[in-house]
Design a protein around this ligand. Structure first.
Ligand SMILES: C[S@@+](CC[C@H](N)C(=O)[O-])C[C@H]1O[C@@H](n2cnc3c(N)ncnc32)[C@H](O)[C@@H]1O
Length: 330
């Protein structure tokens, strides 16, 4: 059995959603893609997909009937019980998200063998059904899988779509097809890191990074970063994630996001996001910075004349915070 836990939230994978959105804008000929959330749980992923792809036909499937009953409340989406036959009936899809489904976390963390819990053959079976349902040149997105897609028999028909926004394909421990543990997951305050336990010859850094795969293409698609601002003043820098020097020294695969708020010489504001990560050889590498032109207010830059009118969120009420935050984050 694949993942049994149904935990999910709105906008859980913003960098993956943005990458697919960019790919669709640059490479896809359809303005109305058919998108499947395989393992949609209670439907938050359907809501997220709707926000990123307003014109898409959106489908969600799951094996958990209680979760599906919730998912069915999301407006304008088609929700169904997941079986290979049902997936086939709604195919073809231009994009399939298989996010935090092709795993058995957290059981896989302590298991000595994964074979009887979630076998590589089961992983391959799911991939086979998804591959059959994916259109030519469609995108398969795999996050938080216990096995490497690069070891799948389908992998030769796919090539990764890479974007500097994505630095990791998740936090669940990795296993080889023949049931040997590659990594163990270590939990820290900032999140989880992969401690490498076994490094087979075929393992690459991309096995910890690639999420988006394009069908029937041989060359990697690189979504290059947009132009950077020409000069300016850095107003603030914030970092989130691992201490990479410690992670590299202790042979862990980890990543860190740095955000820079910058005001260019014309007064315009920009946010620069940089993903840095450790590698299997113990180095630290930074992906190119992704610059986004923004208005000052969303970055928290308010003039005193504006500040006096702003309503701040009420800290005392978790009820309202829970209800409002997911929508605000989008
Ligand atoms: C942790 S949730 C992931 C929800 C969402 N995709 C996300 O990433 O936030 C995993 C979901 O996968 C579902 N699942 C497990 N096996 C499945 C299968 N064969 N077909 C479809 N969904 C499955 C589970 O019922 C559960 O709702």
């Amino acid at each position: 059995m694949a993942q049994l836990q149904t935990k999910t939230w709105v906008n859980r994978y913003p960098d993956v959603f943005r990458t697919v959105q960019l790919f669709q804008a640059r490479y896809s000929s359809t303005a109305c893609p058919r998108i499947l959330s395989f393992g949609c749980s209670s439907g938050e992923e359907l809501q997220s997909i709707r926000n990123y792809f307003p014109t898409a036909a959106i489908f969600g499937c799951d094996v958990n009937r209680a979760a599906l009953a919730e998912a069915a409340k999301v407006d304008g989406c088609t929700v169904f019980l997941s079986t290979p036959e049902a997936i086939k009936a709604f195919a073809p899809f231009d994009v399939i998200f298989a996010m935090s489904v092709l795993c058995r976390f957290s059981l896989s963390q302590t298991a000595k063998s994964l074979k009887s819990i979630f076998s590589f053959y089961e992983f391959e079976d799911h991939l086979g059904a998804l591959n059959d349902a994916l259109s030519d040149d469609g995108l398969l997105c795999i996050q938080n899988a216990n096995y490497l897609f690069s070891q799948s028999s389908l992998y030769p028909s796919y090539a990764p779509v890479r974007c500097p926004l994505i630095g990791t394909n998740g936090f669940v421990d990795k296993w080889t097809a023949d049931d040997i543990r590659i990594s163990s997951i270590r939990k820290f305050d900032h999140g989880r890191e992969h401690k490498i336990e076994f490094q087979p010859d075929f393992l690459t850094d991309d096995d910890f990074r690639d999420v988006v795969f394009r069908k029937n293409i041989t060359a990697v698609t690189e979504l290059s970063e947009p132009p950077a601002p020409l000069g300016g003043k850095v107003i603030s820098t914030t970092g989130k994630g691992a201490d990479l020097s410690v992670a590299a020294a202790e042979r862990r695969i980890a990543h860190r996001h740095t955000s820079e708020l910058l005001q260019d010489d014309t007064g315009s504001m920009w946010i620069g996001s940089t993903v840095s990560k450790t590698t299997l050889s113990g180095e630290i590498v930074s992906l190119p910075t992704w610059w986004t032109h923004i208005h000052p207010e969303p970055a928290g830059q308010l003039t005193p004349a504006q500040e006096q009118w702003v309503v701040k969120p009420t800290t005392g009420s978790k009820y309202w915070a829970k209800r409002l935050l997911p929508r605000w984050r989008l």
